[in-house]
Design a protein around this ligand. Sequence first.
Ligand code: PHE
Length: 348
Amino acid sequence: MTLKAQLEALRDETLANIENVADLKALNQIRVETLGKKGPITEVLRGMKDLSAEERPIVGSFANEIRDLLTEALEGRKEVLETAALNAALDQETIDVTLPGKQMSHGTRHVLSQVMEEIEDIFVGMGYQIVEGYEVESDHYNFERMNLPKDHPARDMQDTFYISDEILIRTHTSPVQARTMEKHDFSKGALRMVSPGKVFRRDTDDATHSHQFHQIEGLVIDKNITMGDLKGTLEVVMKKMFGEDRKIRLRPSYFPFTEPSVEVDVSCFKCGGSGCNVCKQTGWIEILGAGMVHPDVLKMSGIDPNEYSGFAFGLGPDRVAMLRYGVNDIRNFYQNDLRFLNQFKVKE
Ligand code: PHE
């Protein structure tokens, strides 16, 4: 084969290879192999010394021509492959701004706070004011003013954490009522209040007892308040909390600060009264303690029981939450186990 024919064959083969190569690395490989120092073109040029003086410039310029042609083809192919690689990268790395973002994990209101706020809202809607007091209280406001002198046997109903002889952590939110009653200006109208908050009792913790729990106590004082007002109010509240079909019933009970005193049951919201596991087959759920404010409690707060009367009630939000959500251990509310708490996540 003549040198020219060799060069032509090399040109055609290399051009085909360049056309077929799919990545930049392989393309570079072709460049090195064809145009490099050990490549066939260099070889041909080296062999020129054996050619005649006439042939030499012809073959020489032909070889140069082919080298230029291949160099150009390599450059062209390189550009095509680089553009393709860039496009592929752009395609892959595109950000789809319509995709939903990563969900940020954030906290939620505690299930008890949710239940308490819901109950508070019901009372606010009925014109009650929300009053919060002190968790550290005096024996005077927690007990004495609630008609529970030091030697009163009913103090046993509320086993107490004392800080000193006169200072304790409150066993109920009633001291808030005592503090509000003595300040209330009745010339401006009736007193209607609820006091939500933490209370503490020296109980041994078990599934239904916790040394810390919550109360929402209510108090209404005005002229001519009767037991009928108490019953009507609680019926409306229970319907709002547990459904329009609920009924309530009152059973006689005893509290030192109310006379008469009652225990209030609501018809079971799960079975409607026919009997189920929630109401322990009785059709009724014990939900509140209540009564007419004892005249001595009014008197101690500077209110004339001959002119004014009132009703009071105490509600346990922990118990409401347990009933509503089927929680059978009150301690779940206080252990901060996220697996429990996350079940009550609300969209805020
Ligand atoms: N203070 C009572 C308690 O903690 C609850 C209650 C309030 C009962 C008002 C009757 C009336 O036990």
